[in-house]
Design a protein around this ligand. Structure first.
Ligand code: AMP
Ligand code: TRP
Length: 328
């Protein structure tokens, strides 16, 4: 069975973009792949954070995986900092990653701009740690949103370079970006992706938003000129984004939805239906999520077991890499 690896940073509320762009696909992948899903807390500390919130966010991220349908009997779920092999492997990869390569990373440039007074080495090294995450598990496929493709490409480069220099050690991973949902855009600005760091909370739907809040945010979502419900990201970015969301939460193809709304002349009705569909989609998720968070011990046990099992896999790769480099 091929191996899938992915992760989300526990850096605050998880939004609908994360869910539809990443986690939803994971649930489908776990049927056909050996999956490893990580709560990447060492990545989360590369931008300003509060320690108290970090631990709660880590638990909530794990609860999100579980509530979304990741089954710990089938897939590995663990916290990155519980497996020291990741940081050790990152150090090794640091010695073959080149500074200009890292300077080119779009996310580094964006985050440096965002946190001008906190541009730290960890932020710069972020993609190398991500490469370590991926390569330790002999990963074949890395399902991510579009924004992370460049990082997966770097992981491929580092794996190839290591193999060429020290001998065949790492499998070369591939990114998997679903076209639909790869970029859920902000509700208040359909030209920018939905993001937790957006200025206004009207930008995103948090997975734990109440039905009233969800309905309010979608009602206030910007729309395009005209009144047709048509998928056309260039001319109708806002409606296209709402159609994408609608399609993903109902599993109805966009073409079908376009047909259903052929005769509609108002965006208001359409938005109301989108909001209802999102609420319907999130309600069972929220119930599971809240139930899980009432039993943090159970989540912690799953994470502990996951870390143990993860380490059994990663230590073999790490040992092999060290041996190839002549580290005794
Ligand atoms: P992050 O919150 O940046 O750690 O992202 C976690 C995962 O969600 C990654 O796979 C991202 O590519 C994906 N993601 C983040 N924002 C969006 C978005 N607006 N649309 C689709 N996928 C997203
Ligand atoms: N950098 C990813 C993000 O911001 C999260 C991440 C860390 C990740 N390590 C990973 C994703 C390994 C896939 C594989 O979304």
């Amino acid at each position: 069975m091929k191996t899938v690896f992915s992760g989300v940073r526990p850096s605050g509320a998880i939004h609908l973009g994360n869910y539809l762009g990443a986690i939803k696909n994971w649930v489908e992948l776990q049927k056909n792949y050996q999956c490893v899903f990580c709560v990447v807390d060492y990545h989360a500390i590369t931008t300003p954070f509060s320690p108290k919130e970090l631990s709660q966010n880590a638990l909530e991220t794990a609860a999100t995986y579980l509530a979304a349908g990741i089954d710990p009997k089938q897939s590995l779920i663990f916290v990155q900092s519980h497996n020291p092999d990741h940081t050790e492997m990152a150090w090794i990869l640091n010695t073959i990653a080149r500074i200009p390569e890292l300077e080119r990373m779009t996310q580094f440039k964006e985050k440096s701009e965002e946190h001008k007074s906190a541009i730290n080495m960890g932020l710069f090294d972020y993609p190398v740690l991500m490469a370590a995450d991926i390569l330790l598990y002999g990963t074949d496929i890395v399902p991510v949103g579009e924004d992370q493709e460049q990082h997966v490409e770097l992981a491929r480069t580092l794996a190839r370079r290591f193999n060429q220099t020290f001998g065949e050690t790492f499998k070369i991973p591939e990114s998997m970006v679903r076209k639909e949902g790869a970029r859920i855009m902000g509700l208040d600005d359909p030209n920018k992706k939905m993001s937790k760091s957006a200025e206004s909370s009207l930008n995103y739907i948090v997975l734990t938003d109440t039905p009233e809040v969800i309905k309010g945010k979608i009602k206030k979502a910007v729309t395009d000129s005209g009144s047709e419900i048509k998928y056309n990201p260039e001319n109708k970015p806002a409606i296209s984004n709402l159609l994408t969301i609608y399609s993903l939460v109902t599993d109805k193809p966009i073409e079908q939805l376009e047909k259903d709304y052929k005769d509609h002349t108002s965006y208001a009705d359409f938005k109301k239906d989108v909001a209802d569909a999102v609420v319907e989609f999130l309600t069972p998720f929220q119930k599971k999520f809240n139930d899980l968070l009432e039993k943090p011990k159970e989540i912690k046990k799953i994470l502990e077991d996951g870390a143990k099992e993860a380490r059994e896999i990663s230590e073999k790769t790490l040992r092999e890499a060290k041996k190839k480099m002549g580290l005794i």
